[in-house]
Design a protein around this ligand. Structure first.
Ligand code: SDX
Length: 429
């Protein structure tokens, strides 16, 4: 099919720009030659209308509430798959055969330990340091230990680094939690699956045997699946930009963790639970709805709204179901936070402001209630998000390096500062 083009003409300057179509979703206008032909830039703060790359990993239809990983709907992966199977899919592009899955599980399992020196790295932090601060430091520090997998031009070294990241994040996350609460670190056990291993490293103590609850382990595994990847979100774009300079994978993932920490992004799960605690009871909900709508009040309903989803976040529905499963398994009836969350959702979804702005619950709205019920403090919620999103960051990082069109990311600007002016020494006082 002949290439379609678009003509952009301004003040006598014109540029013929190529339209490109993907498999699904909006076409793109390739503006790579715009500056060369018109000496103009595009301007799109927040990148609401900008595609930064081609990708085959994840597709989101925000209007329809669709999320596909390598073409598979998130609902089916969450229902029938396990997290390491989704990791394989995101990394390699296809679901693994039984033999491939067995080999992948074995390889990940045998990378779960971290260098023993890492445990001394933790002691530099205060015990009350936010676990996300610890994770930023420790994951970046992995660069200092694994020189044999930092040559990003070597596909083998990239895959070793990818497996190391996926395998070691649960260990580091559990160490951050144990350090935070003053308990001894628990080493991974190779006879446990990924989610069970993580729960045991978090909640086992040397004084007694820890028996993993299979229902809770399955819920943890599903929560990891729901958080695995999400197209070109802020932290993934951060990882891609860091990687575009040739930085090593551990440093790139540390950059992603730093970006995810923000309350507008991955930090929203912690902020959403803190908000539900602050609201306290359903009779306080109208006051907070009014604040969320008040332009002069910076308060926002945490866990609501999304740059892409203008319909229900499909992950939020699955998360809500998981919340009920976990609370049911733990015998937690009438959780006041769940009661507030469900009533807040009901009211918001019938409120003109939220309907008009297409604000729906996102993945962070219910995850906090589930994670709290599993035994995690709110300060660990974004750490768990980072743990799960590591595979998405790594898959996108690999795709960027292998993409012949990719080069160092270097946006331009609209300069609105002072024109040239001459230096005049200030008169002596
Ligand atoms: C994640 O990108 C991803 O894919 C992210 C993520 C992933 O998996 O990687 O899905 C994970 O980050 C989910 C989002 C978690 N964040 C929150 O729950 C924080 C609360 N939400 C908002 O901060 C906001 O909705 C964002 C940041 C999520 C989206 O911001 P946008 O797209 O820049 O939208 P916006 O801020 O321009 O809001 C549009 C309008 C504004 O009103 P107007 O200026 O047009 O009058 O909607 C309003 C906003 O004031 N609005 C809200 C609101 N979110 C948006 N009003 C009240 N409460 C909210 N939560």
């Amino acid at each position: 099919m002949p290439a379609k083009n678009a003509l952009v003409a301004v003040d006598g300057q014109s540029a013929e720009l190529r339209l490109r179509s993907g498999t699904m979703g909006p076409d793109v206008l390739d503006i790579g030659l715009l500056y060369k032909q018109t000496r103009m830039f595009t301007y799109d703060p927040g990148f609401t209308s900008t595609a930064s790359c081609e990708s085959k990993i994840t597709y989101i239809d925000g209007d329809e509430g669709v999320l596909l990983h390598r073409g598979y709907p998130i609902e089916q992966l969450a229902e029938h798959g396990d997290f390491l199977e989704v990791c394989y899919l995101l990394l390699y592009g296809e679901l693994p055969t039984a033999a491939q899955k067995k080999d992948f599980d074995y390889r990940v399992t045998h990378h779960t330990m971290v260098h023993e020196q890492m445990s001394r790295f933790f002691t530099g932090f205060r015990r009350d340091a936010h676990p996300m601060a610890v994770m930023c430091g420790c994951v970046g520090a992995l660069s200092a230990f694994y020189h044999d997998s930092t040559d990003i031009t070597d596909p083998h070294q990239r895959m070793v680094a990818s497996l190391r990241m996926i395998a070691k994040m649960p260990t580091l996350a559990a160490m951050a939690y144990k350090y935070h609460i003053g308990q001894p670190f628990v080493y991974p056990k190779n006879d446990l699956d990924y989610a069970s291993n993580f729960l045991r490293m978090c909640f086992a103590v040397p004084c007694e045997e820890y028996v993993v609850n299979p229902v809770l382990a399955r819920a943890m595994d599903r929560i990891f699946i729901l958080h695995a990847d999400h197209e070109q979100n802020a932290s993934t774009s951060t990882v891609r930009l860091a990687g575009s300079s040739g930085a090593n994978p551990f440093a790139c993932i540390a950059a992603g963790i730093a970006c995810l920490w923000g309350p507008a992004h991955g930090g929203a799960n912690e902020a959403a639970l803190n908000m539900l605690n602050e609201i306290g009871t359903v009779d306080h909900i109208p006051e907070y709805i009014a604040r969320a709508k008040d332009k002069n009040d910076p308060f926002r309903l945490m866990g609501f709204g999304h740059r892409v989803y203008k319909n229900y976040d499909p992950r939020a529905k699955i998360m809500q179901k998981t919340t009920h499963e976990v609370l049911g398994e733990l015998g937690i009836k009438d959780d006041p936070l769940l009661e507030v969350a469900m009533e807040l959702e009901r009211i918001a979804l019938t409120d003109e402001y939220f309907i008009e702005k297409k604000l729906y619950p996102n993945i962070d709205f219910y995850s906090g209630i589930t994670l709290k019920a599993l035994g995690f403090p709110t300060t660990m919620f974004t750490v768990l998000f980072a743990l799960a999103r590591t595979v998405g960051w790594i898959a996108q990082w690999n795709e960027m390096i292998e993409d012949p069109e990719q080069r160092i990311g270097r946006p331009r600007q609209l300069y609105v500062g002072e024109p040239r002016r001459e230096y005049v020494r200030a008169p002596h006082r």
